[in-house]
Design a protein around this ligand. Structure first.
Ligand code: SF4
Length: 430
């Protein structure tokens, strides 16, 4: 039986793509191996959104080169997919001549044709619609690409323009996943609230929530990533109304300064962003909100950075993903703006944000001490089970349950990152 190994870095969209590719390969008789040196096909699913992620992909490729050059043992085919692969691949081919195929995000068929003759697939081309191999949770991409062109971002160039999947197709995939034991789906998009604007009759994300909400056996619905300008009142209200939709929002702010936001071409002002957060907190008081921040963007002064810091202190997010700006070749900022904040200053700012956020998250989480939380069990480690609350907090706890069970856990200890607790019941009391 031929074996494959997939290495993935980057966002949930990449994880979903890798899971789909794995499901497709398994359906065609391939077996997964955790060891690339034992594989007939090694796929690197790459990310270039940040320099660090790109560097990891390049180092991994360097490490794989010797597999192709060794004189004995398997010499696997090597495929690189994901955001490292742009429209033109001649530069990559020159740099990494030992790679057999470069495939753009979601170009599964390019990977497959490199390793098997087309007739071996039975002409069954190809697994855009293969459901992933499931655990209790699964990612379901619902809108691909992005139309926003923020000046720092490579995504629209690599993943193309927004393309929504029809509601019926998404609903079918969710039904198949649930039939295989999935309890929670996360609907994915780079800007997930843009869902549907390109489809006939322009359904919204709220319509999609309603269409899958009553699938029997499905317990939770999540959605990622939010774009403040696309977040409508209807979407927030629908999250509040539908019990299976979890009250968790990831809404990147990126900067706390209007001039920087305009330079990033984010398309909203701080006051518009505050309005969205304010509505969510009024209509869903238990909601958790996380955000993304970039420090050291082109021309960011100490004063402008301080505004970001102060905004985080004011809005008190549950989680902040912070990154130091690195220019991405091909983007508007790379072409037109100077990357003029010294690296050392960027790192200082990054650590300041991490520090303030750790304090805020610890304080927010302390409020959940001694409460009962509904947890979806995802796995176990040592003598403890683990899972997540509806608000996406990680819980490690003692109890007796299996992955996929919804349990009620008393929270006994909290930190900025996770909770410890004790299971008190198998099903959460409704
Ligand atoms: S909204 Fe902006 S940051 Fe997000 S994927 Fe689109 S271009 Fe990139």
């Amino acid at each position: 039986m031929p074996r494959y190994h997939i290495w993935t870095v980057g966002c949930q969209m990449n994880e979903a793509d890798s899971a789909k590719l794995a499901a497709g390969l398994q359906r065609l008789g391939w077996e997964e191996t955790p060891r690339p040196e034992e594989a007939d096909l090694v796929v690197l699913n790459t990310c270039v959104v940040r320099q660090k992620a790109e560097q990891r992909g390049i180092s991994k490729l360097g490490a794989l080169r010797h597999l192709k050059e060794r004189s004995n043992g398997r010499r696997p085919k090597i495929a690189v997919m994901g955001c490292m692969v742009g429209l033109r691949t001649d530069g990559l081919l020159k740099r990494f001549p030992f790679v057999d195929v470069f495939a753009r995000p979601q170009a599964f068929s390019d990977v497959l044709t490199a390793v098997m003759p087309q007739e071996a697939t039975g002409g069954e081309f190809w697994p855009e619609s293969f459901p992933q191999t499931p655990g209790p949770t699964a990612y379901v991409p619902v809108i691909h690409g992005c139309n926003k062109f923020c000046t720092f971002c490579i995504v629209p160039y690599r993943r193309g323009r927004e393309r929504s999947r029809p509601i019926a197709e998404v609903a079918h995939e969710v039904e198949v996943l649930v039939a295989r034991g999935v309890k929670e789906v996360t609907l994915l998009g780079q800007t997930v609230e843009a869902y549907g604007h390109d489809l006939p009759h322009r359904p919204s994300l709220a319509d999609l929530f309603r269409a899958i909400h009553d699938i029997e056996g499905l317990e939770r619905i999540r959605f990622l990533t939010s774009y403040p300008k696309d977040m409508t009142d209807d979407i927030i209200r629908t999250v509040a109304e539908l019990p299976k939709v979890c009250e968790y929002f990831n809404i990147p702010i990126q900067s706390g300064d209007d001039t920087i936001l305009a330079r990033m071409r984010r398309g909203y002002t701080l006051s518009e962003y505050r309005d969205v957060v304010d509505k969510i907190r009024r209509w869903l008081p238990a909601a958790a909100i996380s955000t993304d921040v970039i420090v050291g963007f082109c021309g960011e002064t100490d004063e402008q950075f301080r505004r970001t810091h102060d905004l985080l202190a004011e809005l008190r997010f549950d989680k902040v993903h912070v990154a130091a700006y690195s220019p991405r070749p091909g983007t508007i900022a790379w072409r037109t703006l100077a990357d003029d904040v010294p690296q050392q200053v960027k790192m200082e700012r990054l650590h300041i944000i991490e520090e303030i956020q750790e304090g805020i998250a610890a304080e927010i989480n302390t409020r959940l001490q001694d409460t009962l939380q509904e947890v979806l069990v995802e796995g176990e480690k040592g003598d403890k089970l683990n899972g997540r609350t509806r608000s996406d907090k990680i819980v490690h706890f003692h109890g007796q349950a299996r992955p996929g069970d919804l349990v009620s856990v008393r929270i006994e200890k909290t930190s900025a990152w996770s909770f410890q607790g004790q299971q008190v019941a198998l099903a959460y009391p409704t």
